[in-house]
Design a protein around this ligand. Structure first.
Ligand code: CP3
Length: 344
């Protein structure tokens, strides 16, 4: 079977299928005991990302356990700033810690040359994953979109309101947009590298898109994502692209009309009927609140029926509105999968 004939890719292409495909954001992660064991063996989080063998193991764990319809490369969006030469660490209980960029000199120290070479182990992981993955399960590669990467590169860590990145944007727009250009180029190169190594689908995470002021979303969210997609499609015209501009509300309609992604991933605040007004037909991914994987069986059962009704009649990929949390319960994931497998 070719990956193009998989349930996942056929649904993306708009085919009518017996049931929707299922995968979860952060499906390889701390809610799984087998992930925690491999993570402990790896030492640091970046060691896990950069070990082809261990990254392959954790990518395949949720496929083995649940039989999801797609795998997602185990890595992180912040390996791009790392590959550009920025100091990036992950601290227990804190999350990512980067040496913040705030000046022209710090920006000039970023190095696009050889970024693919510094991420060679990611290409090796992609090849190993494909060797271990069923012929009917596509592999998703990914990047963070420039704005989301820059919130970490400028802020130095997770920031509640993305304040440092916004401040730089408003106080030193020339520096901000010079940085955007470099990060955008890095994003396109890394996606091209992943596609060359063998991913079947790519996803662009713009997790903090919603914090960009409305008047600047065109320049900072829509246009860079559009250019990245056009860039990778010069060599891979057929590659399916999932976009996830999280938290942009009603402006997602404009995004849908302008950005040529094949799949729009919806956060839990979105209503799929917004896209009935789009100028094209597009597959939708989403959007159950991950909180329902923490609660009771009855609460999840009700929510699953609501989700089924919400997406009825649409090209739909089952997923959450954001990543599953470390507290997510395995029984609830099993319940969710069983519901959708029988939902036809
Ligand atoms: O299973 C998968 O989804 C694939 C792997 C993946 C990870 N991160 C692994 C990870 C993917 C696709 C990401 C994307 C990512 N990383 C995003 C965009 C999606 C989103 O959630 O909005 C962002 C913003 C990051 C940056 C990042 N990585 C943060 C802020 C953190 C710390 C917070 C946290 O959840 O711990 C990480 C660490 C991280 N990336 C973990 C995992 C499994 C947990 C770290 C650990 O195991 O110690």
């Amino acid at each position: 079977m070719k990956k193009e004939d998989s349930l996942f890719v056929r649904t993306i292409r708009g085919a009518q299928c017996d049931r929707p495909p299922i995968w979860l954001m952060r499906q390889a992660g701390r809610y799984l005991p087998e992930y925690r064991a491999t993570r402990a063996e790896a030492g640091s989080f970046l060691d896990l990302c950069f070990s082809p063998k261990l990254a392959t193991e954790v990518t395949l764990q949720p496929i083995r356990r649940f039989g999801f319809d797609a795998a997602i490369l185990f890595s992180d969006i912040l390996i791009i700033p790392w590959a550009l030469g920025q100091d990036v660490r992950f601290e227990q209980g804190v999350g990512p810690v980067l040496e913040p960029i705030a000046s022209e000199a710090e920006l000039a120290a970023l190095d696009l040359n050889g970024i693919e070479d510094r991420l060679e182990s990611v290409g090796e992981a992609i090849e190993l994953i494909n060797a271990g993955l069923g012929a009917d399960i596509p592999l998703i590669g990914f990047i963070g979109a420039p704005w989301t990467l820059m919130t970490y590169m400028i802020g130095g860590r997770s920031t509640p309101d993305q304040g440092p990145a916004k401040k730089l944007l408003l106080e030193q727009p020339d520096l901000f947009f010079a940085m955007l250009e470099i990060v955008e180029e890095a994003c396109a190169r890394v996606l091209r590298m992943q596609i060359k190594a063998g991913v079947d689908v790519v996803k662009i995470f713009d997790s903090w898109a919603g914090s960009v002021p409305m008047s600047l979303r065109q320049k900072i969210v829509f246009d860079p994502i559009k250019r990245i997609i056009e860039n990778v499609r010069t060599d891979a015209p057929q590659i399916p692209v999932i976009a996830f501009p999280r938290g942009i509300g009603a402006s997602y309609l404009k995004f849908a009309n302008e950005v040529p992604a094949d799949v729009l991933a919806l956060d839990q605040g979105m209503d799929p009927s917004l896209f009935d007004h789009a100028n094209r037909k597009v597959a939708l991914q989403g959007n159950m609140d991950p909180m329902f994987l923490l609660g009771s069986e009855a609460a999840l059962a009700d929510e699953l029926v609501r989700q089924r009704d919400l997406f009825a009649g649409r090209s739909h990929i089952v997923n959450l509105g954001h990543g599953i949390t470390p507290e997510g319960k395995i029984e609830r994931v099993e319940q969710m999968i069983a519901f959708w497998r029988n939902a036809a």
